[in-house]
Design a protein around this ligand. Sequence first.
Ligand SMILES: Cc1ncc(COP(=O)(O)O)c(C=O)c1O
Length: 371
Amino acid sequence: MLIPGVPVKIKGLNKGVQQEILSCPFPFLSGAQTVLSCGREALYYGIKLLKHLPQRAHVPAYCCKSVLAPFKKLSIEINFYDVGKHLEPIIDKKSIKKGDLFLLIHYFGIPQDIHSIKQLCEKFSLILIEDCAHTLPDPQSSCPMGSTGVFSIYSLRKQLLVPDGGILVVNDNSLKERLSIIPKPKLKKVPLKKWLIMNFDKIAFFFGWPNTLKIKDALRDKISSTENIFYSSLLNEKVEISYLTLKVLSNVNFSEIVKIRKRNYYWLVDKLKDIDQLKIPFPILPDAAVPQAFPILVKKANYICAFMRKNGIGVDQWPGVELPKEVLSKFSGTFVWINSLILLPLHQDLKESHLKKIVKILKKSLKLCLK
Ligand SMILES: Cc1ncc(COP(=O)(O)O)c(C=O)c1O
């Protein structure tokens, strides 16, 4: 059985593409919105909307290369900050200056304490950006992730079976009127390579063979460098989005996704809470949570991850090979996460039978790897 780490099913497709979806993919959010090719492109254009380009950005050391790409392209100096036991920012107040950008990542769909971060940003006149690339907004929440920062960004390809898609949500009224400076995306068909990869996983999920994870891991350097696929579009300033993404987006039942993911999350908490060899850093989900995966902390995480993937479970370490070179070992909080985290799948396509299989293989790998 293959259990992919990201969704593989499409639930309902609109025949035509509704143009409204391009300007309001999340109708339950009050911010002005626009759809772009990917999350980093949304970050890039969000920063470009600002009236003055900031000189410096405070970015968590626990990040991936793609987060840094827009800052580098805009020649904004990056100042890394560490994260703590609950992934909260650890900020050296001496390093911040009025007008700097402050990037907050809601890792794996677990919301940060947005109220205290907002207060800090107000106190020091920082421009707060919410990075929601690991999640979707919850329509039922009174304060969904992404509704507080000056602007926020989302990345769709880890949340839905889509080949591309980034969403920029602008909450600051003075920036909303400037949205027209962002190029309108050109609609395109899904590139064949991406379409084949998407369907390969789907077939493997339904029929249990082959274990596409093994093949992908073997080919990692060649096919899964997102840097090549996405960064090139930023450099060309070419904004494109596939019809398929828009068709999927116009049919998503966000409340249903939130419900399933939370249910799967608590099922896993229940089954894993008494295992001594692992830690569950977030046993209780805050209100606005829309988990992308189930984080656990273990010793020898890389061995356990490799064992589970060999056995068809789409677990991941984050950011894995996407860790930026600039992040040095001086960020001790960050290094705990880099070395010990494993993300277990819990997305909306998974039923109890899949979760049981995940737990079974996890227990087996703990026994073998930690003996
Ligand atoms: C935290 C975070 N922010 C932003 C991005 C960029 O999203 P995209 O890959 O859609 O450009 C990623 C992608 O991996 C990410 O993990």
